[in-house]
Design a protein around this ligand. Structure first.
Ligand SMILES: [Zn+2]
Length: 123
């Protein structure tokens, strides 16, 4: 995060009114003006249930044999489970359970798998 007055990188921005303008500034620059009420809590935590912070996709149903589809597509691309796991930043053990139809991938993971493997896992 950068201070809007001096441009310095700062871990915490303070909302302050400086010469009539409302700016997000660093600690030092905040002293130049009037500090406005800061929002200590992240807006997401206050206003939005956790689910809505997930990627903006419609709710969907997974196909029944998603695990098989993933495994087939992965093997078709000549990827090992480890390689695919790395590609989508997921644990190999998770992928293994998904391929065994033991674990349903999260919405986000479904999208990543669809993209990485060029398949469709939604009904
Ligand atoms: Zn500053």
């Amino acid at each position: 995060m950068r201070c809007e007055v001096c441009g310095r990188e700062t871990p915490k921005l303070i909302r302050a009114e400086i010469e009539g303008a409302e700016l997000m500034v660093c600690n030092e620059c905040a002293k130049l003006g009037k500090v406005l009420r800061t929002h200590e809590k992240a807006p997401n935590a206050v206003y939005m249930p956790r689910k809505e912070t997930a990627p903006l996709i419609e709710p969907f149903e997974l196909i029944d044999d998603f695990g098989t589809e993933i495994k087939k597509a992965r093997e078709r691309l000549g990827l090992t489970r480890e390689q695919l796991a790395k590609k989508i930043f997921e644990k190999e053990s998770v992928l293994q359970r998904i391929e065994a139809n033991e674990l349903e991938p999260s919405d986000e993971l479904v999208l990543k798998l669809e993209k990485a493997l060029n398949i469709r896992l939604r009904v």
